[in-house]
Design a binder for this molecule. Sequence first.
Ligand SMILES: Nc1ncnc2c1ncn2[C@@H]1O[C@H](COP(=O)(O)OP(=O)(O)OP(=O)(O)O)[C@@H](O)[C@H]1O
Length: 398
Amino acid sequence: MESSPASFPRWVPSPSPSRSLLSPVQDPKVEARSDHYDSAEDVISLSSSSMERVFPFSIGFKGTSASVVEKSLEAESATDVEPAGSRRNGISLTWEDLWVGVGDGKSGQRMILQELTGFAQPGEVLAIMGPSGCGKSTLLDALAGRLSSSTQQRGKILINGRKETLAFGTSAYVTQDDTLMTTLTVREAVYYSAQLQLPNSMSKAAKKERAETTIREMGLQDSMDTKIGGWSRKGLSGGQKRRVSICIEILTRPKLLFLDEPTSGLDSAASYHVMNRIVKLAHRDGRTNSLFGPASNAEQFFASNGFPCPTLRNPSDHYLRTINKDFDVDIEQGIDGKTSTEEAINILIRSYTWSSREGKPSQLHRSMPGFDKEIGLFFMILAPLLAQYRLEDQCSCL
Ligand SMILES: Nc1ncnc2c1ncn2[C@@H]1O[C@H](COP(=O)(O)OP(=O)(O)OP(=O)(O)O)[C@@H](O)[C@H]1O
């Protein structure tokens, strides 16, 4: 019996990064290239809402005084829920010609990211997809200004088209690793965090209410009084811990939210609900059209290059299968019985480079001289697909 692919649930992709909060790398080359973007088409963004926590963007971050933070938070609490479609407080994020490298132990440098360009706009949820180790976390770390000091970065990262400092609390980052106090209950962890993060102008009762609402939003109402637990004492499951981490980060309704694998450890229903909630938070500040085009373009892109998604296969799985060459040694026949992964990657890179030069997928994209295949593949997937893979498109398929 044959079923329609549309009747099958699709995997909800999850963004990534994971490292500790560190000072941004101050690269003189980056500083020197801090032009403004004039065109709306030259802009990107992630999700949205409002407030809290340091956002050490790699360009121009100078820190923000507590009073500014407080004002920002107070203003936010006054307009906590904005009408759907409003982009008034949204943040657009653009990155262009972004390079990140690390020392290779000798005197050279190994590039992790090369010449990446993209954007995210308010009200949008973008998913970054790519094989393990291709640099997804590094990209998000770079965008969030969290690259470790052992890395070097150059390129432009612009906020609302400008080299700008975000007020404290404007962005939040849910890391891959859950760093939670194991002895606290869910209610305590989220409430204490609300007390620390939310402005003094909010009453204790309002903070408590915000904490409990957020816990419910993440479907943790039945675990409110469960201790988080750790290796010595079992408490929450891994997926529940992920949700507590997300709760803590969205308490303040940040305008820019970076999530590193927010659904790891969650079953498909929980993944759907968590992502659905995140999408709703993003929509609170307004839905925008991605210049990279809708997620469905990805299917067309792969199909037109000779790699159509087979019936009943999840498209996201198909893309990753097509470009992941880590296990090529196990694949004798190539991905379609004749083409090797290496060849498939080259075909996709050439096609994307050509189409971008023709101005098709992205006017932001520049020619990519000298980028290696791994990075090319990363760019291929990250720029046209990653940035295109909007969660609302995914969710609507579920
Ligand atoms: N600070 C660093 N020093 C040295 N190498 C690094 C550093 N940061 C990242 N790398 C390397 O860069 C590559 C990309 O790492 P990254 O964590 O960004 O990949 P990823 O796509 O997020 O992988 P995964 O999906 O498996 O989490 C890896 O080979 C990693 O070892």
